[in-house]
Design a protein around this ligand. Sequence first.
Ligand code: BGC
Length: 479
Amino acid sequence: MYPERKVSAFRNPYVMGLTAVASIGGLLFGYDTGVISGALLYIKDDFPAVKHSHFLQETIVSMAGAGAIVGAAVGGWINDAFGRKKATIIADVIFTLGAIVMAAAPDPYVLILGRVLVGLGVGIASVTAPVYIAELSPSEIRGALVSTNVLMITGGQFLSYLTNLAFTQVPGTWRWMLGASGVPAVVQFFLMLLLPESPRWLFMKNRNEEAVAVLANIYDIARLEDEVALLTTQSENDCHKRKDIRYRDVFKSKEIRLAFLAGGGLQAFQQFTGINTVMYYSPTIVQMAGFHSNELAILLSLIVAGLNATGTVLGIYLIDHAGRRKLALFSLGGVIASLIILALSFFNQSSGSGSGLYGWLAVLGLALYIAFFSPGMGPVPWTVNSEVYPEEYRGICGGMSATVNWVSNLIVAQSFLSVADAVGTGPTFLIIAFIAVLAFVFVLVYVPETKGLTFDEVELLWKERAWGINPDAQSLLEN
Ligand code: BGC
């Protein structure tokens, strides 16, 4: 075997190029989830029906999330059946159509249709980009490359907040704000036509020569031999399974159940520890803390988005150095402390002893929350899900876990304000802190370290977790 695995991303422009193009998917995800809050203000001006109906406003906002739930679920299957490249191209076409429909919408109902289409595209992209990137990455830098897609999500959100500010005085603003998102999709569509299919998917489909040709662009000759040898042994071991992939059997394997528990669980905890309450509601939270100026609230939310993107860069560095587990645990530790600070500052305000001081304490809590969340619980769930499933189920399981992410996102986004109304803002943050404690224990118990492991080593790891020290004999017995 090749003696050491030490590819550096910066010395591999080919891999960097593939990652850059694939992670335009993350940009679409981030821009689209960020832009709507600002666009809605202007949509209300153009369509009085929207202005007078909370229901229409909520539908315009949430239909993209609903589309993404379906897109992520179907996207997993598309990935397995047609490959990562076609999945990306399909997502781009649907997304672009959605962007055009939104920009040209003559009434709110057509606009909602556009939002659904864009959501479908984002959902498919949210499964595909991490898997495509993981499958072409050398294992020692896989975490950093998959997390680049997360940087594009957080960068896209930041960009959308800037756009919201920039377009404020232009007539027809919202059409530009929403339509502009089609541009990166068109760019990705054309670039993707030039890029190769994932080598691992090609190998799984017995298109070995094409797979080796792609790998030859990534590795030098000694490492290439090693990688091909790994792929060949794996596909020989697994050929009995691959002939007959049946989705209804996915969860019959104990290994996959464990992997999905770790992956899907991380996705749920990413959302239930409150990231999007902060991303979607930071202006509101700032106002709840006693700062009543709109401008200040919007400015602070821009700072939050900027911090979030900056923290992701740190995550890109740490994920392959510290590892997924340590990074997630460190991140959750800080998130718990920040949520307690947030909760305390709101408790003090509502008990009447509140002053400007506690308002600032809340802002400090928010900033700390983002600083701790962004390098860890932001990128770790997406990375882990791109690497913990066996080849033949990577699409479908990745799709299911992304669906868990989008469903949880919707639940949190829909309930935060009502829960805060019902029990108070301080207790709401305490509830989220309690969930973060559960997440910490969950990571300790169920999430193994996958830093630097090859996909085959990851499969072995699950076998050992499922069957103990002699995993092959035991799992043979089960079969
Ligand atoms: C999450 C998104 C979130 C974003 C914010 C991503 O990892 O999946 O739901 O909006 O991070 O930073």
